[in-house]
Design a protein around this ligand. Structure first.
Ligand code: HEC
Ligand code: HEC
Ligand code: HEC
Ligand code: HEC
Length: 504
């Protein structure tokens, strides 16, 4: 995926001026530019833990504004879980998640969202929460009460019919709505939240041109896929990027040709893999005595056909003088510009959440020690006897993991604190506020060696874990927060003179 993204980013940077993706016909202005966000899941920004964090509503805002500076009308549509990422929140998280959703709704409101089709996690929230959110925003939430809902939007010369489909609704209530919209609209876009199958079913309805597909739990964005006469579109999740679809509408009611370089690059990638696989197999069969010559010939013919298909992809995009679409995925990387006003709202939000949690959880204590539990003491206590180890640790990333959060006003944030402190939620350990007067902040010795109060008091009598299995690291170094983690490689950097090796 990484190299695919790099290729995409390259073609984008070549075809991009002032945030404008290159269209299908170079300079020609599309009839409308549809900007899509799917499965945002309440993300105001990425956590920042990984090597190449993508996302940020401030970057999204800057990108949308840049698009609006272009000549084509821009319609921003959102589908799938938008404000919440789970249907049922743990009670301690309700306040923080609701504040987060409200900040997000306010920011989206400033981006002139044409419509949102909320996803299943959004819909599962208590009605008071949803009402408060709707009150904080002016954009329409589609199909909250009905199976499907039609919204008409004018964009330049085009009349759009936006059909929101409630998650789980079947085709039958959607079909007549699509039919009723057809007479006086030029383009019909369905917003759905569901599986690929659900989206395919809606795409197969006569009259639907585009399906915006929320609910796809894909790590990567998906280039336009055919479903009946329609195209299915997706824009990745957690706000990592947005999909921009330039629509060139020449004749109403006619099917669209996908001229996207993105789809062609994906198809080329798939074909390359198929070709190399089939090539290897044929080479093996050629050496084998028990393969029938006729079978081998037919496999060679298949290879030749695939090669031809692959070569065609290097040529020009299919031309058409009819309807065409050109989709681009714009990753919101660290380099993407931010909207300063939105960024200021986010920073204010972080501070409000931090302050609220500090007060709300002031008395939150960790579970009490059971008969078999050992208490945590904090790294400074270990340093009394293990000075070289302590000196090394103090300069390591683990030794300032809490500062990383403090610098961002996130040390009381429930989404962050657990992995940037020691013994979080453990008996005799820490909570979001309770950390033995800062003794348990940072990823301390006991995060790896286990709670050590007994050992620190009497090392002759009580041992402590020396080995730290991979499972210990994975509690924090999971794929979402540590994409490059590799146990042996990472561990090696911890075993240094003074810690695991004789002091040098
Ligand atoms: C009072 C001094 C003292 C304190 C405080 C202390 N240790 Fe030790 N530690 C020792 C001694 C002595 C040994 C060697 C014991 C042995 O070899 O039997 C040791 C051994 C260890 C070992 C190696 C264990 C093994 O089986 O090889 C680890 C890991 C360790 N300590 C971690 C810690 C941590 C973490 C803390 C803080 C929670 C800590 N120590 C606090 C004195 C101390
Ligand atoms: C309690 C959570 C936690 C555990 C357990 C943990 N880590 Fe970490 N680790 C972190 C955090 C958080 C950071 C980043 C700290 C920062 O820079 O703010 C980090 C950073 C690191 C880094 C530095 C990476 C860099 O790019 O500089 C290494 C290496 C590392 N961890 C290795 C390990 C290994 C190996 C284990 C298991 C033996 C482990 N960690 C266990 C939370 C943890
Ligand atoms: C599941 C555990 C986990 C959670 C939750 C978590 N982090 Fe991290 N964080 C890590 C680990 C592990 C690393 C080190 C990753 C690596 O280097 O491979 C890290 C690294 C970071 C870094 C990079 C530090 C540097 O200097 O390079 C930042 C910034 C950060 N985290 C911020 C946050 C924020 C903000 C949140 C909450 C939104 C958060 N983290 C939530 C585990 C976590
Ligand atoms: C991120 C995980 C991690 C943290 C944090 C950490 N250690 Fe370790 N420690 C290790 C690993 C891994 C080893 C090597 C174990 C092995 O050889 O398999 C080790 C080894 C040791 C040993 C054994 C040294 C020897 O030569 O036998 C001691 C003592 C020790 N650590 C103390 C500490 C102290 C004290 C701290 C805090 C100041 C600390 N460690 C923090 C992971 C960690």
């Amino acid at each position: 995926m990484r190299c695919f993204l790099a290729v995409l980013a390259l073609s984008l940077s070549l075809g991009c001026s002032r945030g404008q993706p290159k269209g299908a016909d170079g300079a020609k202005t599309p009839s409308v530019r549809i900007a899509l966000v799917t499965d945002l899941k309440g993300y105001l920004e990425p956590c920042g833990c990984t090597s190449d964090p993508l996302g940020g509503i401030d970057r999204l805002a800057a990108q949308i504004r840049a698009l609006r500076d272009g000549p084509a009308p821009v319609v921003l549509l959102i589908a799938g879980d938008t404000f919440f990422d789970t249907a049922t929140l743990e009670p301690v998280r309700v306040d923080q998640a609701s504040r987060n959703a409200k900040t997000l709704a306010g920011i989206l409101d400033g981006l002139e969202v044409a419509a949102v089709l909320p996803g299943r996690s959004d819909r599962a929230q208590p009605s008071e929460t949803l009402e408060a959110l709707k009150a904080a925003s002016d954009f329409p939430w589609l199909a909250m009460g009905r199976d499907a809902e039609l919204l008409r939007v004018k964009a330049g010369d085009l009349r759009l019919a936006i059909v929101g489909v409630r998650p789980g609704a079947d085709r039958n209530p959607v079909k007549p709505l699509v039919a009723s919209a057809e007479a006086d609209s030029d383009l019909t876009i369905a917003l759905v939240d569901g599986s690929r199958r659900d989206a395919n079913r809606i795409g197969a309805i006569d009259g639907v041109d585009l399906v915006v597909q929320g609910g796809l739990d894909e790590d990567d964005p998906v280039s336009p896929r055919e479903a009946g006469r329609a195209w299915l579109l997706h824009a990745s999740r957690q706000g990592q990027g947005l999909t921009v679809v330039d629509v060139y509408q020449k004749k109403k009611g006619e099917a669209f040709v996908d001229r996207s370089d993105w789809s062609r690059a994906e198809r080329a990638r798939r074909l390359d893999a198929q070709l190399s696989d089939l090539g290897d197999k044929i080479a093996a069969w050629e050496k084998s005595d028990d393969v029938d010559a006729a079978d081998l010939d037919s496999q060679r013919a298949r290879l030749a056909a695939l090669q031809k298909e692959r070569q065609a992809l290097d040529g020009p995009a299919p031309s058409t003088d009819g309807n065409a679409l050109y989709a681009t995925w714009i990753p919101l990387s660290k380099k993407a510009p931010k909207d300063p006003a939105v960024e200021a709202l986010m920073r204010k939000h972080d501070k409000v959440v931090n302050d609220a949690n500090r007060v709300a959880f002031a008395n939150l204590k960790p579970p009490p020690l059971g008969p078999d539990n050992i208490a945590y003491v904090g790294s400074a206590a270990c340093g009394g006897c293990h000075q070289p180890a302590y000196a090394w640790w103090s300069t390591h990333a683990h030794g300032h993991a809490y500062r990383t959060l403090q610098e961002r006003n996130k040390e009381y944030n429930l989404d962050c604190v657990g992995c940037h402190v020691t013994g979080y939620g453990q008996p005799g350990g820490s909570t979001v506020t309770h950390n033995l007067d800062l003794a348990l902040v940072n990823v301390g010795c006991e995060s790896c060696h286990g709670p050590g109060a007994a050992h620190a008091k009497d090392p002759e009598e009580f041992g402590i874990l020396r080995e730290t299995p991979e499972s210990t690291c994975l509690q924090c170094h999971n794929t979402e927060h540590s994409d490059l983690f590799d146990y042996e490689g990472y561990k090696k950097t911890l075993v240094v003179p003074g810690h695991g090796l004789p002091p040098g």
